[in-house]
Design a protein around this ligand. Structure first.
Ligand code: ZN
Length: 291
């Protein structure tokens, strides 16, 4: 696997090539660099392999055999998102497409009569798709890029698309947003949830947040501002942000509103982002190095 081809990316949000390295990250990433955009404060990995190669790394090298989402921590966060989406936009009788449906555990939750959504999954694993189909959940079996290119999405007009703990793990977060935009009906809602966020009080030891996995398998590190920015540049109007400061999750909901010429969002100060990581490094080294 030494002959991988890499491409150098500019900031996915604002397009600027002007980025500063977060130097303390190398201690935890097996010396791989992570950058922050000097213009908008977005944290991203500049050198990335192809979308197919990154997906294969997740399937074969990181998850490997035997991975399951059927554990308390994952089920808890899926119920949190289902409850939030139900309160904010309503799930009953809505068509809901989950990008990266996995084993379908979230779709089982939202199609339960308590919520009453009509589920659909885009999922690359044939085993997962087979298992969902046996339970009556319709799937597109392939990655987001294949789904976007398939021609199956026009006319689907989903009421809701969910992207849960997935937006960080693709090669292009903009491609995933475009796929969500095209899959949604006009006025439909996109729900993005992640536990991986910066500029918040909660910090696990930095070696658990960063990792020695190939850096491009986790190419984006969102704050509330940069996630709202991703909605803004992708044709969505943000309608809801959860209480992320004292919750383990960051959940943002946006309405498909149409692309605008000069999308605006609150930028992060790149020096504050670097300071955040430097403080996090000091706390980790001082208290959690051996955790
Ligand atoms: Zn930027």
């Amino acid at each position: 696997m030494t002959e991988d081809d890499y491409t150098e990316f500019d900031c996915d949000l604002c397009g600027s090539a002007d980025a500063a390295e977060i130097t303390v990250a190398r201690r935890y990433t097996n010396d791989q660099p992570i950058h922050v955009c000097r213009n908008c404060g977005f944290v991203y990995v500049r050198r990335r392999r192809s979308a197919e190669r990154i997906a294969a790394a997740w399937t074969h090298e990181i998850y490997g055999d035997g991975y399951t989402a059927r554990i308390p921590a994952v089920k808890a966060r899926q119920i949190y998102v289902a409850e939030t989406a139900d309160v904010e936009i309503g799930l009953a009788d809505k068509t809901l497409c989950d990008f990266g449906g996995g084993e379908g555990q979230f779709l089982d939750i939202v199609r339960d009569p308590d919520y009453g959504a009509i589920p659909f999954a885009v999922e690359p694993s044939p085993e997962n798709c087979r298992a969902m189909a046996e339970r009556g959940i319709e799937c597109f079996c392939g990655n987001i890029e294949a789904y976007q290119a398939s021609g199956e999405k026009p006319g689907r007009g989903f009421d809701i698309v969910t992207i849960m703990w997935t937006i960080e793990n693709c090669q292009s977060c903009r491609t995933m947003m475009d796929a969500a935009y095209d899959a949604l009906a006009d006025g439909g809602h996109l729900v993005i949830a992640t536990g991986s966020r910066i500029l918040v009080p909660f910090k696990k030891p930095l070696q658990y947040y960063l990792s020695t996995n190939p850096a491009d398998t986790h190419a984006f590190r969102f704050s509330a501002n940069s996630l709202k920015g991703l909605f803004a540049v992708s044709g969505f109007e943000v309608t809801y942000v959860n209480r992320y400061l004292d919750t383990d999750y960051l959940v943002v909901i946006g309405r498909k509103a149409g692309h605008v010429a000069n999308p605006q969002w609150d930028k992060d100060d790149h020096l504050a982002v670097i300071d955040f990581f430097e403080r996090w490094d000091r706390e980790t080294q001082g208290h959690y190095r051996d955790a």
